[in-house]
Design a protein around this ligand. Sequence first.
Ligand SMILES: *Cc1c(COP(=O)(O)O)cnc(C)c1O
Length: 384
Amino acid sequence: MTNKITFQEIVGFIKSLYPNDNPIPLHAPRFLGREKEYLTKCIDTTFVSYVGQFVNDFEEHIKRLTGAKHAIAIVNGTCALKLLLIAAGVKPGDEIITQAISFVATAAAIKHAGAEPIFIDVEEETLGMSPDSLRFFLKKNAVIKNKILINKKTGNRIFAVIPMHTFGHPVRIDEIANICLEYNILLIEDAAESLGSYYKNKHTGTFGKAAILSFNGNKIVTTGGGGMVISDDQELIDRARHLSTTAKKKHPWEFYHDMVGYNYRLPNINAAIGCAQMEYIEKTLKNKKETAALYKSYFSQSKYIFIKEPEDSCSNYWLNGIIFKNKEERDEFLEFSNANGVQTRPVWKLIPFLPPYKSCYLEKIPVSKILESRIVNLPSSIRV
Ligand SMILES: *Cc1c(COP(=O)(O)O)cnc(C)c1O
């Protein structure tokens, strides 16, 4: 039994995984394909901005991998989510149910779109939205009036449910999708962290009306900054595309804008990097799986719980993590590892306790609270 592995030993093990990184970042971008070649091509052809072949190719890559029928590349994931909500018809004052554990962008985008987040609990097994918590909230608060789902307590429309696949681990999305069907409520997935993750062999982000992806610098595929809306709904994607390109009607020279549009399209230079990265996505996913297996086996005999992919799913293992028995020990480990050249991070502070979200509706969230105080993310870059 290696029950008593020391922090020193854990740090040593992580250094053995990343012998070429010093200090070792949590998740560094890697450029292992034709990134430079494609960037040069953008400059040589002058196609550096919002129009260009790489934008189209990048969307095709994402459609192929996810199986979504349509995709539109956007400047970043946060804007993609805001834009998607607006294209889907969100109205000021609408309420949107999401989970207490997520990167803050999920809630920020809901607010940007003029809606109010409602926070519910996550499950220990997936770290993502709990179907039980969702059902509990809806049973207690929701009523269908004229085919519209209303929150009895506030009188406002409940517009959508947005689960998030934490660290790349799929939530029980089929069950959440069933609840959404039952209540006639829009399902939008925040799949920002789960490119290459599958639930029951179906790519995350393809279970509801639409989803967003992110290609920020620390994500599994990066475009520097970038995002995507994916959906099977042609009309919705057309609307999002129109809104993202200043709502300009297509015309060789006229400037005619029929809505208040945004300037949210992904530039060709960013898409060029994304295309190069997508050419070796399978290699990336394999490398990440191997790293996860090494961590898993290392911690298997210890008192630390390695966060493994949930049942029925295949995770991209974007960020590996372990769960400590208590907050004190977790905090000591954060101190020790960061002081010794290994970047580790706690999970995000629970969004409903951040100042701008304190007044939002909060369901009971016992699991989120426990996880918040015990999770540590470990270095997870591609090992080169
Ligand atoms: C990264 C991320 C986003 C979007 O981030 P951008 O940096 O705007 O691309 C949204 N939600 C979650 C959960 C994320 O991790």
